[in-house]
Design a protein around this ligand. Sequence first.
Ligand code: SF4
Length: 334
Amino acid sequence: MVEIANLPFNGKKIYIQSMLNIPSEDIENNVKQAIELEKAGCEILRVAIPDKSALALIPAIKSAISIPLVADIHYDYKLALGAVEMGIDKIRINPGNIGDKDRVKAVAQSCNQKNIPIRIGVNKGSANKGLVESAAEHIKLLEENDFHNIVVSIKSSTVTETIKANREFRERCNYPLHIGITEAGTERMGIIKSAVGIGSLLVDGIGETIRVSLTGNPVKEIQAAKDILKAIGKYNGVQIISCPTCGRTKIDVETIANELEKAIEGKNLPPIKLAVMGCAVNGIGESKDADLGIAGGNKEAVIFRKGELLRKIPENRIIEEFLTEIDNFVAEMA
Ligand code: SF4
């Protein structure tokens, strides 16, 4: 079984990854961003190592975080050897791009000695043939050196192509897969593309780690990754369902749902289901199905707990009283 630092890739948990996007010469701000990402819920963090001086990032970042760190290296096998020396937890490098077989052997041996996995990352933009074929060639080069501690990623900026290639790869090979849509774009389309691509694969049972690639602050990648996992029931956090509102709505569902989401963010609550529904039509059923829920009436709402009607609340007290009920519910769960 492949393991990165203390994280086993055994199919029981899907790990959220992200990547630092600060210039590599700025150690201080890279460390700062690494801490922010860990705090946001990043579970595996990648850093680009474009040259020898960037190797200094590895001990600096590792001493500030407790999640595994991955070095992203292209072409230069000496950087891979240097990263291993510096205590890296995983290396992303494509063995087919680092030159002759002795170099591949040196990297494989060095990683084998310290039980460090290598991620082969095949992207549409850099693959010289079919994505799956290209991954298979890189894998072969490592296996020839008795190296099997391998994670693979096969990414394209096209959602359907990524899904197809990963499905095809999984039918041929069992190495753990890191999945995502590469160069997915800015926040709006990037999240949609990632949700469709990553979500489809995860529903198929494909993918041990995920990254939502967004142009912008990587903390947003973590939030989006958590939301994708929540949407398919693979994240142990709070799930909020809220209705889209319609002509029957007589309370401000949008504000209540948004404020609720904001209020519970960062509270580190156990996996509970909350419902904010505009009226009794679907509201009572959905609210009863949740751990706690409200169903709106005329400028008021009824609150349910595990299907049991607790009381009526005037609209201006809904958020306050709902939050109190959540705190009570969670305290009783403990
Ligand atoms: S729950 Fe009620 S208010 Fe909300 S969309 Fe459904 S019918 Fe409309």
